[in-house]
Structures are given as structure tokens and as C-alpha cells.
Design a protein around this ligand. Sequence first.
Ligand code: NDP
Ligand code: KPL
Length: 315
Amino acid sequence: MNKKHIAVVGTGGVGGYFGFKLNKTNETTRRHKISFTARGETYRILKENGLSLLSPEHSENRTRPDEIYGEIAEIRNPHLVLICVKEYDLENVCRQLSGVISEETILLPMMNGADIHERIRSIIPHNIILPSCVYVASHIKEKGIIEHHGKPGKLIFGKDPEHLSEDVDWVAELIRESNIDYEFRKSALTDIWTKFIFIASVGLVSAKHNSSIGAVFAEEHQKKEAIAIMREVKLIADKKQIYLPEDIIQKTVEKAAAFPFGTPTSLQIDINSGKEENELELFAGTIIRYGAELQVDTSSTKKIYQQLKKKQLNI
Ligand SMILES: NC(=O)C1=CN([C@@H]2O[C@H](COP(=O)(O)OP(=O)(O)OC[C@H]3O[C@@H](n4cnc5c(N)ncnc54)[C@H](OP(=O)(O)O)[C@@H]3O)[C@@H](O)[C@H]2O)C=CC1
Ligand SMILES: CC(C)(CO)C(=O)C(=O)O
């Protein structure tokens, strides 16, 4: 594989965790160039101290990126861009990326959401975009310092359905070499919706009650709310002809039980800490919109959406 430039855009929970692993491996192999883009104070700290990851997986918790940019406009000749931002920054990031990528650049979003690859495609129509989902419990402890708990993070990604014949095996090889747990599929759509049914339901209910993943399923009322949202997502997936197994709800409850009881969700943290922006639209907004388009009743999601809107105003 020729030397590639891998640009990590967004050095938060996800970009910091997966980017750390890429860079740590590359510090030894020196096969590629790994760059990070970060804003403001995070940029300054990364420049000064490098990137730190506090994780049971790594005893050596600091890595020095080859290049750190304070703005997307500074990125030069990237072969692969990992888009690791919250959904409310996605369109802004994509518009800026349009100015720095070539037609060969591959885009790999590492985000929650059911339609992220389509949203990227509406701004960057001709590049290869690899649909994906990620499982990891990591967050910004302090700017430039990422904390990771629980199981090793996992990336599931697939071929671009509009560029099926393009060879993107080098991306899978890079991920494998970096000791990242991953699956590479011909199509990742079922995986994306399997993650979406989980995180949309658990995220919304945990945000409403400020409860952890374990607590959502330990409390009967919360569990009922989560299952009602899962049912709505399953009906939408069926209408969109996205395969989810018939026992997906049972499987999703089991998946939740595999997380340490106290694991928070990112939506819970963002809403209950009074952060100005959060991913409520990514979860509830998307379900409600698809419901309207496909004539699926989404009254449970609409109810919790209104409750969370009110909660935001009162915080
Ligand atoms: N954290 C987790 O455990 C998991 C998160 N996810 C999903 O992954 C996605 C990313 O989440 P996460 O990493 O937690 O989010 P974070 O908020 O931790 O990190 C996002 C980072 O992107 C940065 N950013 C935004 N816009 C720009 C820009 N224009 N230039 C440079 N940097 C930018 C932000 O900078 P700044 O700090 O300056 O705002 C922030 O540091 C979300 O969709 C989330 O739902 C999925 C699974 C698990
Ligand atoms: C629940 C978790 C941590 C699982 O990856 C997640 O995706 C999120 O909080 O957004």
C-alpha cells in the first residue's frame, strides 16, 4: 500500500479514541501520515501535549500526531477522511471538506444516525462514502484528553452502494493494522439500523430520565418507553426494506444488558448538562420525518421529543 494521508476531523470521544489507535500504530510503522483537525483550545493542547487516551486498552496513553490543523481548510491531499463530529456540525464540516478533497478521497463517517452517508452525499456527491456505525463509550474528559470505558470500541463499515466495484480494501487493512475491532461488509445498512434502533430508543429515554443504559431497562416504565420507540423504528425499517430480524427488539434489550450498568448515552449527557446543541434531531427528528414520509405512526417518539424539547428549555 502506498503512503496515504488519513485525516481525522473532530478530536472528541470518537475521533480521539479511533484516531489515537491509528496514530499509535503509525508511530511505529511510519507507513502513513495521520493528521488531526481540532478547534480552538483543543488545537492548542494537541499541539503542545499531543493526544491522550485514558483507556484500559493502552498503558502508554499519549500519542503525537504527525500534523495538527486548526482548520479544515488547512488539510492537504487527504486519501481518507474520518468524519468524527456531532450531527449538528456535519453539513458545515462537509462544505469545508469540499474545498480540500480530491475526487479520489474516501470519506468514512464515524457517527450515530441512520442517514449520515446520504447527508454527506447531498453535499459531496461524487466521492466514495463508506456507510458505517460505531460502538464505543468514550468522551472528552478535558480538551485533548479522551476517556474510554468498557469494551474496546468497534467500527462496522461497508462498501459505498453507489461505488460497489471500487476497491477500498486498503481502508480495511489500515483499520486492521491499527488493532481496531472492525467488520467490513458488502452492505452495512442492517448494521446501521441495528445501531440506530438501539441508540435512538435508549438515547431518548436515558436523556428524558437522566438514567444510564442499565437503568433504562431496570425500570419498567422506562423500558416500555424504549420498546415503544423500537417498535416505531422497526416499522420504518420494514417500509424502507431494510432488513432487521423479527426478534430485533429482544436482541436490542440484550445488547443493552451487555453494557456496564452505569454507561451513559451521549444524548443523555448533552441534554442533562444543558449543552446548547445535542443530537435530539438525529434520533427523534429522523424517526418523526421518516414516519411522516412512510405513513408510520410515531406517536411515542413524538411524545418524548416534545418532553425533551421542554426539558431543554427548563435546564
Ligand atoms: N462518544 C461516544 O461514546 C459515541 C459517539 N457516537 C457518535 O459519534 C459522533 C461523534 O461523537 P463524539 O465524538 O462523542 O462527539 P464529541 O463532541 O466528543 O466530539 C466531536 C468533536 O468534533 C469537533 N468539531 C466539530 N466541528 C469541527 C470543525 N469544523 N473542525 C474541527 N473540529 C470540529 C468538536 O470540537 P469542539 O470541541 O471545538 O466543539 C468536538 O471536539 C456522534 O454522532 C455521536 O453520536 C457513537 C458511538 C459512541
Ligand atoms: C451508547 C453508546 C455509547 C454506544 O456506542 C453510544 O453510541 C452513544 O452514547 O451515543
